[in-house]
Design a protein around this ligand. Sequence first.
Ligand SMILES: Cc1ncc(COP(=O)(O)O)c(C=O)c1O
Length: 407
Amino acid sequence: MTENTKTSDFPILACNINNHRLVYLDNAATTQKPKCVIDAVSNFYLKHNANVHRGIHTLSEEATEMLEETRRKVASFIDAVVPEEVIFTSGATDSLNIAARLVEPKVQKNSVIVTTELEHHSNFVPWQELAKKTGAVLKVIPVLSVGSFDYQKTKEILLQKVDIFAITHVSNVTGEVIDVKSLVKIAKAKNPDCLVIVDGAQAVGHMPVNVQSLDCDFYAFSAHKMLGPTGVGVLWIKRDLWDKFNPVKFGGGMISEVSLSKSTWDVAPYKFEAGTPNIAGIVGLGAAVGYLNSIGIEKIYGEIRELTEYALEKLGKLGIKILGAEDTKKRLGVVSFNVPSIHAHDLASVLDSLGIAIRSGHHCAMPLHTALKIPASARASFYLYNTKKDIDELVKGIIKAKEMFRV
Ligand SMILES: Cc1ncc(COP(=O)(O)O)c(C=O)c1O
């Protein structure tokens, strides 16, 4: 992919940064938006703005239909059984926090919660806090020495009976794709009541995701990492669980009846969606899913895989330390690394002066960086509008930084 026909759909990619063409390689933080998503949001405010599920007037009915249309599109995109399994939230972090609060009544002193060192803080801290609050045991599966997922150790732990298992689908640091399906099978064979929560923030919109086939219980992701607006996320909740959990947020839109002495809840998904949602953002997510579908998720997955392999090959020749597994086939869209004797922030600064946007720091994955005994790393992440030329620019930029720092 030297040329990319999709690039022209993204107005921001025509920007110059520091007198250079923008090379945007910070997609794991957030993706850019195609014009159709920007238009969908502005069109909503221009022509359809009203609150949803409340008014018996034309605009409110239009807004409601637009929101529900996105729910149907998202459900089909992740292979949900019914659209009602899709709960709109403010982002993956919100989704994971809601999941942790929903399952709280099922967690007791000495229940076992398992997560991993590979997690983003959003899928780590809520479980750490839940364990602290309930007296549950938190088991954190260590990564292997290179920073890759330890299947052997995970299997051993899952075979000891686990109550809650929170796992990422794709690492936001190493890009490693975790075989969640096989792990769910092991966890549920040992304890059919084990609740599995998957953080799909780096997976949805990057690879085909089928929540039924994964057989997890909750699946969380953010719209803004798949071309949609910020401030919108999804928590997919398996249908069988709707009646087993009480809502954790209360207010308008989620009740059936309210009296002075008690309240009862509406049906799912509304019982889990208190208050006015980010309607325009949700409409934008619908447009993003439409755009992804127009290309095809298999094609997108193939292109991101190709770029990732190309980046690993080119960066591998620079004498830098790449984090994660040797097996490049297990990686999707994200490559983190350190250039010896150049701090990641300094590297990011030099690259920025060349118009190249990468991320530096711990990427909200401090446990992983601590395990690897590094304070920070540089991260390049790719999406469907990137090209091999972008990666060549990154390589040139790193060479230039090495020259500047004389390393
Ligand atoms: C793997 C992973 N999980 C969760 C999140 C949190 O997403 P958000 O900040 O959109 O809530 C991120 C964001 O970087 C992520 O990469």
